[in-house]
Every structure is written in C-alpha cells, then in structure tokens.
Design a protein around this ligand. Structure first.
Ligand SMILES: C[S@@+](CC[C@H](N)C(=O)[O-])C[C@H]1O[C@@H](n2cnc3c(N)ncnc32)[C@H](O)[C@@H]1O
Length: 500
C-alpha cells in the first residue's frame, strides 16, 4: 500500500522534493515536472537540476518549498560545466575528462535571478494533468469527464469500471472523485477505479504513472481485452456501481456487464450507472440497441458543447467619446509628454532594481518581483498609497470598453455520451417483502379519486371523530377520579372511631 499520499489527492500547502508539479508557461500551456533536490551540479548545470523553458531557466532549488501557485522568476544559470562536459566528450585521450560523478561532488551553486521571465508552479490536479499529460491516445477532456462523473454518480467510496485506460486522463479524474482514503488491507473496501487496457505499451506506461503518482491503492489497472474476457479482477467481482467505456465498440463489452450468472462485476444490491463515449452516431446506435436488449433502462444521449468566454477591453476609441477608431496615439501634447516621462521613470527604476539585484540578490528572493517593488507607488506617512488623480486612467488594463467574445476552439474531443441505468435484480423474495410492506390490491381507496366537497366532508368527519374520542377519554378520566374519591371517603368513614 502507498505510504506517500498522491499529490493529486493530498498535495499539502507547499512544493516538496519528489513531488509532481505542473508548470504554467502561458494560458493553456502546461508542463509536468518532478521536483528534485540536487547536492551538486546536474547535467553540467552548477545550480543542480534545471528546468529550461522559453521564458528562461529555473533551477529546481528555486521551485522547492514554496506555496503552490507561486510565481517564480527565471535564474541566470551557470552552464560552465555543461559546456566543458560537451567539449570533453570530443577531446583526445590525453585530456582528463570530468565525470558526472565528479561534478556532483561540488555543492550546487545558489541561483541568481535573471530578467528573462517567470512561470507559475501549480499543484497537480486531474484538469492540469489532462492538459499536460503525454498523449498516447485521444483523451477525455474536462468538460466531458466532469459531466460524466456526476451522471454516473461517482462520489467518495464509489467503485468504477473504466475501459480502455488510454492515456489515463479519465483515470486520474475518476480516482479523485471516488477517493475516500487508501485501503489499509485487502478487506478494507474503499472507493476504487478498476481500469482495463488492451494495448501492452499503454498498459505498462499507465502502470508506471499510477505508481509514480502514488495512486496504486486507488487505481488498479489490468492488461485485458474486455470484449473477450470481461471485467472480473483476479476471479473476484469489483462490485462496481459505475461504468465508463471509451472503446471503439462498447456494445461488444456489454455482455460482461450483466447481473446474470455467477460472475457479475456489478454490485448486486445497487443500481449501476453506465456511460459510453463514442465519436460516431452509428456506434451510439449499436450501443443503445445492445443496452436495451440487456435490460438497461433510462437510456439517453448527450453531447457536451462548452464555450469559453474571453473578456477583454477593446481599445478602439480610447479617449475619444465618438469612438473614431483605434486611438493608440496621445490625445494632445501634454498627454504625450506625461506618458513619456512615466515610461522614462519606469525604465530608470527597473535598471536601478536590476543593478541592486546583481550586487546582492539571493536565491531566497526568487519569487519576489523586486522590479515591481521598486516601481511601487510611494507611501505617505499614514501608510496609504500616494496616487495622482489621473493615475487610474493611465493604467493600460483600465483603458477601453469591456467586451467579451466566445472562444470556439476549446480543447475537447467531441463525442456522443450514452447513459443508462441497470436496476438491481428483483427476486421473488424481494417481491414478497415489498408486498408485505406496501400491500398491493388491498387498498381501501385511491388517492385523488374524490372531489373537493367529498374531501372536505371526509376531513370534517375525521375531526369530529377525533374530538368525540377526546371527549370520551376526558369523561372516562373524570368518572375514574370521582370513583377513586368516593372510595377514599368511604374508607375514612369506616376506619373512624365510634363516638357517643
Ligand atoms: C480513446 S482511448 C481511451 C482514452 C482514455 N479514456 C483517456 O481519457 O485517456 C481508447 C483505449 O481503449 C483501448 N482498447 C481498445 N479496445 C480494447 C479492448 N478490447 N479492451 C481493452 N482496451 C481496449 C485502446 O487501446 C485505447 O488505449
């Protein structure tokens, strides 16, 4: 059983050594990395393990032990030994070569901040994994799987069957949905995903990923042709109540999802919810026919079409009340000079900050945007920001009209989702138990078969009978009290001494 909780399920507050992390390079551009602690140079970098991006180089030391979501600035990395290593590989035998082991003996150098750019370091989630995973197949994207998981009633404790596993996008999302703790033993029944994959390479890759993401107790993957061999695991039933089939021919697997026979992979006591994911309507048609034949009910089909709205400011007509076209040019000479002065001042402040950093920057200051701090507005003695009246107007993000456009190109694999429900098997005993509880055929009346007047009369009679009962009860109590009193008086008289 896993000792470290999965970063997808319990990521903690800060990044740590060995943890999977998602690096955000730009909107919709994510990379997954594993954070390393280096004791010396790695791959020729004096700072140890380094992530290289188009926004600069990021030694892992600057990404460790910081809150998830931090912005991290690039570092000026020392590639000296990297260059040497390359050269040494091509030198003649007389030149002594510096081995990787030797370079590791020198302690890793502290990183110094560079001006090239920044990234965000994000905690792994199934959504980010879907955007950054190495694709082996077409995958199920977030708009689809979030809907599918709620329709098949996936919640903490649910046991899901999934086939095929493919690139593991759905497996990660469903693992989080069903997670209610790691099983402590074989008999400890927890929420689980039973995943099946036919392709051997994909099966091995998925097994590796599940292990390295510490999901072993939550996702169990089998190398299997489910059309032929079904969904039993080591001869036992997964007792599933939810099924997701992303297969080329889902109808071929449905025969194994029956309650009949001794080897059903389904929970015998509960309804089972299924979803199949197919890109063609012909596939849907065959699946629906097979579902109906096998007794599935509530069959319906859905296609998810999600649009993202992009909200921006339109800068056309800025400063011009009549919207006379794109006004990137200043309105008058005074505005031009004011803007120019401001840009010059910002440049000076940026250069001053760079100089200060080069003279004494530390790796601890990596996630602090010091140029922003240097250019921050001056503060008055009461701590409030000093702002000039037109400062808010000058802010580029405040200029222009707020508009929105829908983005049609949202990443999603358009497919038809077929849903159905298989009710629990209904035996003779169940029928008898239900009849005993809710006697059928011996009803004295049917709800809704009387008119308003008759219902009023019924109610009146009911109330009268209740008040009569109450009256009779209170009369009974009165007579009993009187009787008791007269008995007491008689007893007292009989026991009193006789007087002359
Ligand atoms: C589209 S991919 C699934 C993608 C996955 N749902 C995801 O989100 O990453 C379909 C997978 O089904 C697998 N497959 C096809 N026929 C199969 C079968 N008979 N038994 C098990 N897996 C099968 C394929 O090898 C492929 O990896």
């Amino acid at each position: 059983m896993d000792s470290i909780p999965s970063p997808f399920l319990e990521p903690g507050d800060r990044t740590k050594v060995g943890s999977l992390a998602i690096v955000s390079l730009a909107r919709d551009d994510f990379d997954a990395i594993r954070l390393e602690k280096s004791s010396g140079a790695v791959d020729g970098y004096a700072e140890g393990a380094v992530l290289n991006t188009r926004f600069g180089s990021f030694p892992h030391s600057t990404l460790l032990d910081i809150p998830w979501g931090s912005q991290v600035r690039a570092s000026a990395v020392d590639t000296g030994s990297r260059g040497r290593k390359r050269r040494l590989e091509t030198t003649d035998d007389d030149t002594p070569a510096v081995s990787q082991d030797e370079s590791r003996k020198t302690p890793a150098k502290k990183a110094t901040v560079a001006s090239s750019g920044f990234i965000y370091i994000l905690r792994p989630s199934p959504e980010l994994w879907t955007s950054s995973l190495p694709h082996r197949t077409q995958v199920v994207y977030t708009p689809d799987y979030s809907y599918i998981l709620q329709r098949i009633r996936a919640r903490p404790g649910t046991r899901i069957i999934e086939a095929g596993a493919g690139s593991g996008s759905f497996s990660h999302a469903s693992a989080r949905a069903v997670y209610n703790g790691y099983p402590k033993s074989e008999t400890d029944i927890k929420g689980k995903v039973f995943s099946f994959e036919f392709n051997e390479d994909r099966f091995h890759k998925m097994t590796e990923e599940i292990e390295s993401h510490s999901l072993t107790g939550i996702v169990q993957i089998q190398h299997r042709d489910v059309y032929r061999d079904g969904f039993m695991v080591d001869g036992k039933s997964p007792n599933a109540t939810a099924v997701f089939l992303d297969l080329p021919a889902p109808w071929k697997a449905l025969q194994h999802l029956s309650r009949r026979g001794s080897s059903s992979p389904l929970d015998p006591k509960q309804s089972v919810h299924i979803c199949t994911f197919s890109p063609c309507i012909e596939q849907v048609s065959r699946t629906v026919t097979e579902l109906r034949t096998l007794g599935w009910t509530d069959v319906d089909m859905v296609e998810i079409s999600q649009k993202r709205l992009n909200v921006t400011r339109e800068r056309v007509g800025v400063n011009l009340p009549n919207e006379r076209g794109n006004s990137q040019t200043p309105a008058d000479v005074l505005e031009a000079i004011t803007k120019l002065r401001k840009v010059n001042q910002q440049n000076k402040q940026f250069q001053k900050a760079q100089l200060a950093q080069n003279n004494g920057a530390t790796a601890d200051a990596m996630d602090v945007d010091s140029s922003a701090a240097a250019s921050a507005p001056a503060r008055a003695s009461d701590g409030k920001e000093k702002t000039t009246p037109d400062e808010d107007h000058d802010k580029p993000w405040m200029q222009g009209r707020l508009i929105h456009r829908s983005e049609g190109d949202l990443k999603t694999h358009t497919s038809y989702l077929v849903f159905a429900v298989l009710p629990p098997e209904w035996t003779e005993e169940d029928e008898e138990r239900a009849l005993a509880k809710w006697p059928c055929g011996r009803e004295s009346k049917i709800i809704g078969n009387v008119d308003k007047q008759a219902r009023k009369k019924e109610k009146r009679e009911q109330l009268e009978s209740r008040s009569k009962k109450r009256k009779a009860k209170s009369e009974l109590v009165d007579s009993q009290t009187k009787k008791a009193k007269s008995n007491d008086t008689q007893a007292e008289t009989e026991s009193a001494p006789a007087t002359e």
